[in-house]
Structures are given as structure tokens and as C-alpha cells.
Design a protein around this ligand. Sequence first.
Ligand SMILES: Cc1cc2nc3c(=O)[nH]c(=O)nc-3n(C[C@H](O)[C@H](O)[C@H](O)COP(=O)(O)OP(=O)(O)OC[C@H]3O[C@@H](n4cnc5c(N)ncnc54)[C@H](O)[C@@H]3O)c2cc1C
Length: 347
Amino acid sequence: MKIAIIGAGISGLTAGRALANAGHEVVVFEKSSGYGGRLSTRYAGDDNKQKLDHGVTFFTAESPEFKQLVSELSSKGILSTWEGKFAHRDKDGKVDFREPETPYYIAKDGMNTIGKFLGRNLDIRLNEKVGGLTHIGENRRKKKSWMLNFPTALTESADAVIISAPARQAYALLNTTIDEIETLKMVREIDEVEYESQFTFLTGFKEKDGDMPEWNALECEDDIIEWISNESTKRDSEIKNLVVHTTSEFAKKHLYSDREKVEELILDRLTSILGGWVALSDWRQLHFWRYSRAINPLPHDFMEIKGNDTPLALVGGYMNGNTVESAYLSGLKLGKHWVEQLSDKTK
Ligand SMILES: Cc1cc2nc3c(=O)[nH]c(=O)nc-3n(C[C@H](O)[C@H](O)[C@H](O)COP(=O)(O)OP(=O)(O)OC[C@H]3O[C@@H](n4cnc5c(N)ncnc54)[C@H](O)[C@@H]3O)c2cc1C
């Protein structure tokens, strides 16, 4: 069967890997220029060679299935544990150190190496944003199928579709298939999913060895800054880099604010937390995450239209959680389920 997957995040790539291994023809369409979705790495700095994880900083693993992936990636040298100190700053500015209860996993060459590994044997079309879906029903002359529509007016057909985008983006895509009763049920359910948003501020220092904090990360009880990651502790780099995530409240309040003003507000607060030296950085960048983590995930492993010759399913981090692990498990469970369900249709 030809299966189209919308989105090259960990959930889509995991489902794709299982289905391709079972002999299906899998094509992944990704709107951005890289693999991994929110497991992403920004190349920044004067030379554009500094790698900073501007989405997920680290993640943990609980389930045996996800631990198995962690161990596979660790054996390839992609993942390792983030060794060092983790600090917490309370609302009065008091800092203490906390031991992680479970290992924190990081990718020394950047979080996007995970997506590159999972997608290495898949047909992935980057910079291809799917704009809509049309169901080609049995009353037409063509065989039943899905047609993916692209903004360029090009189309691509598939026997089955997996949407692995965040719930709000999946909602927009599903809304284009309004003739499908089953699809409408899904649309109503995923319409309920709400997300945290975040501004991520990235900055680097060429000669700040003396000033750089001794911790790997600082969690803050603050109305603007939630988390500061000392990216230099993840990988060798002559330049020292910080990644700063804001609170969701701040991001939502300043969604439409001038970006220079947002940067200024973040930098002012960062300076009051870390000291005046942070204002002397050599470069800065700002990124906005509209959908960082689901606030009210759905209680499903995945969702699908059942009893249909042209299946459609939703997977993603918003199924049974809001983490990298929940995204992986969602993709894995749908992948295994479809391998079983669609085995007689394998070409
Ligand atoms: C700042 C931040 C911090 C986080 N911190 C943590 C953490 O500490 N621990 C943790 O476990 N998790 C964390 N998360 C959440 C975690 O990153 C996600 O739950 C997980 O990566 C989601 O994976 P996914 O495959 O479901 O979706 P995504 O990674 O979002 O992948 C979906 C892909 O679909 C693509 N796409 C969307 N629409 C279209 C379209 N129309 N056409 C083509 N492609 C499309 C997107 O570009 C994207 O690449 C964090 C996320 C962010 C942003």
C-alpha cells in the first residue's frame, strides 16, 4: 500500500519506519527543511556552525518500548545522558541544586540527529507543506484513495494517510475533508486540544568562559523565563551558548508584540537572573513555538477512521501525554496496528 505521512517528527517517522519495514511504500511530506519536528537543532552564531537544541532540550524514558529506542540510539552514539548539575531558582531568587530522578537524555550532535536516524531509509520530501486532503470516493471513476493537495497546486495520491502534525495543525488539515462523517468526529475531538506556547531565545558568547554558569540547566519560578539551558555542557564548542525558554503565559501575551521588544524583555530578565555579562553576547536569535506541549492530551494511543478501504490516522505527542516518549509510542503503536491490519494489502 502507498502510505503518505504528513510530518517528519518522531511520531510520523516511527510509524513510517514500522510500515516501511513491513513492505509498504511510505512517503513522508515535511513542510520544514529538516527532520525531527520539535526535536530540532538550530545552526546559529556568526559562522552558523553552533548547534543549539531550540526545541526539546532533553527527555526522559519510562516505558520499555521507549527505553529500547534510547538504547538503540545510545549504541549508535547518538544519545547520551546529560551529566552535571541541574539548578532550580525559586521566586525569591534562591538557587539550589537538584538531582534528576531519572536520566536526562541528550543528543551530542543535536536533537535533529534522532530524526535523521529514524528517517534514514524513508522517502522524505522536505519543504513540502500539505495544504489539504481530498477523499476520492467510490462514486468516482478512480479507485478509492486520498489526494494530498499542495499550495503549488500539485497533488499526490495515497491509499492511506497518517497525520503526525500537532493537533491544531491536524485539525486544519482534517477540516479540508468535510465530506467524511468519521473525519468530522475526529475533528471535534482534536479541536479540544490546547497547547502551551513558548518563545525561545538563543544567544552565544565567544569569550565568556569565566562567567558561564556551572550548571547544565536552570529551572526558574518566574513570570517570563521558565528554563535556561547551558548548551555548552552538551557538546564541545569554543563558543558558549545558552537557550532560554519563556513561560507560556508570557508567549501568549506577546504573540503579536514586536519581536525586538520581546527580545528586550527576555534579555532584561535574563540579565537580572544571571548578571550583566549576558547582555554582552556576540549573537542572538528568537524563535516562537506556537505549539510546544499539549495541555490536555487525548486519552488515545492514536486515532483512526475504522472500516475504511482508505484508512486515515492521527498520531503525535498529544496522544496519552505531551512528551517525546508519548509521540514515539503513538507512532509505534499505530505502526504495529497498521502492519497487522493492512498486511493483506501490502504490494
Ligand atoms: C520548546 C519545547 C520544549 C519541550 N520540552 C520537552 C521536554 O522537556 N520533554 C519532552 O519529552 N518533550 C518536550 N517537548 C515536546 C516534544 O517535543 C513533543 O511532544 C514531540 O517532539 C512531538 O513529536 P511529534 O512527532 O508528535 O510532532 P512534531 O515534532 O511537531 O512533528 C510534526 C511535524 O509535522 C510537520 N507538519 C505540520 N504540518 C504539516 C503540513 N501541513 N505538511 C507537512 N508537514 C507538516 C511539522 O513541521 C513537524 O516537523 C517540548 C517541545 C518544545 C517545542
